[in-house]
Ligand binder design. Structure first.
Ligand code: AP5
Ligand code: MG
Length: 214
C-alpha cells in the first residue's frame, strides 16, 4: 500500500502518519523531517535547504525527489509507504510516478486532509515535539499526559520548529495554495482521492483514514 497524505501546513499529516506507522507498520516518508535531519547534520543538502525552509518557501524539486528515491531504494518491497509532505508541485508528482514505477510500486490512495486555514496558524504555533523521539504534541489540543514528560519515551526535553511562527506559516500556506493544491485534479482524474475532515479530533481522523485503507 502506498498513500499520499495531502494537506496544508498543520493539517495533521505528521500526526496521522505516526498513527499509521503504529497501527499498520507502514513507513512514513516525510520530506520535511528528512530536510530537518539534513539541516541538523549540516549536510550539503541541509546547508542549501535551511534558509529556504526558514522563509517558508519550497526546496528544489530535485533535492526532495532524490531523498524520496533513496528512501524507497532502502525499503523492503513489502512495507507500505506514507508520503507526508511530498509531492508538493506538479514536477514532484510526475517524479513520484516515475520513482514508484522504478521500485515496482503504485499509488493506492491520496488522502486529502480538509482543514479550515484560520485554525491552522493556532495549530502550528502550539505545536511542539519530543527532542528525543520526535513524538508530536500541541499545547492545548494534544498535550503530554503528564506535564513535561513525553508519553512515548519519558524524555523531558521538547523543541519547537524554527519555521513555526505566524509569518512563515502564512508563507507556507501561500505556497500550498499556489503550488501544491493544483496537483489534486490530476489525482482526482485517476479516482484515487478521498477527502477526510481534518478538523475532527485526531482519533476520528485516524478512524476515517483506516476506513479508506480497508
Ligand atoms: P513540512 O515539514 O512538510 O511542513 P508542512 O507541510 O508545513 O506541514 P507541517 O509539518 O507543519 O504540518 P502537518 O500537516 O504535519 O501537521 P502536524 O501533524 O504536525 O515542510 C517544512 C518545510 O520543508 C517546507 O516549508 C519546505 O520548505 C520544505 N519541504 C518539505 N517537503 C518539501 C517538498 N516536498 N518540496 C519542497 N520543499 C519541501 O500537526 C500540527 C499540530 O496540530 C500538532 O501540534 C498536532 O498535535 C496538532 N494536530 C494534528 N491533528 C490535529 C487534530 N485533528 N485536532 C487538533 N490538533 C491537531
Ligand atoms: Mg509535518
Amino acid at each position: 500500500m502506498n498513500i499520499i497524505l495531502l494537506g496544508p501546513p498543520g493539517a495533521g499529516k505528521g500526526t496521522q502518519s505516526a498513527g499509521l506507522v503504529e497501527r499498520h507498520g507502514m513507513k512514513q516518508l516525510s520530506t520535511g523531517d528528512m530536510l530537518r535531519a539534513a539541516v541538523k547534520a549540516q549536510t550539503p543538502v541541509g546547508i542549501k535547504a535551511k534558509a529556504v525552509m526558514d522563509r517558508g518557501e519550497l526546496v528544489s524539486d530535485e533535492i526532495v525527489s532524490d531523498l524520496i528515491d533513496a528512501e524507497l531504494e532502502a525499503m523492503g518491497a513489502e512495507t507500505g509507504a506514507i508520503f507526508d509532505g511530498y509531492p508538493r508541485t506538479a514536477a514532484q508528482a510526475d517524479s513520484l510516478d516515475e520513482i514508484l514505477a522504478k521500485h515496482g510500486r503504485s499509488l493506492d490512495h491520496v488522502i486529502e486532509l480538509g482543514v479550515d486555514e484560520d485554525a491552522l496558524v493556532e495549530r502550528i504555533t502550539g505545536r511542539f515535539s519530543c527532542a528525543n523521539c520526535g513524538a508530536l504534541y500541541h499545547d492545548t489540543a494534544n498535550p503530554t499526559s503528564k506535564e513535561g514528560v513525553c508519553d512515548n519515551c519519558g524524555n523531558t526535553e521538547f523543541k519547537r520548529r524554527p519555521d513555526d511562527n505566524e509569518e512563515t506559516v502564512r508563507k507556507r500556506m501561500q505556497e500550498y495554495r499556489a503550488k501544491t493544491a493544483p496537483i489534486l485534479p490530476g489525482y482526482e482524474a485517476r479516482n484515487i482521492v478521498t477527502r477526510v475532515d481534518g478538523m475532527a479530533a485526531i482519533d476520528e481522523v485516524a478512524g476515517a483514514i483506516d476506513a479508506i485503507l480497508g
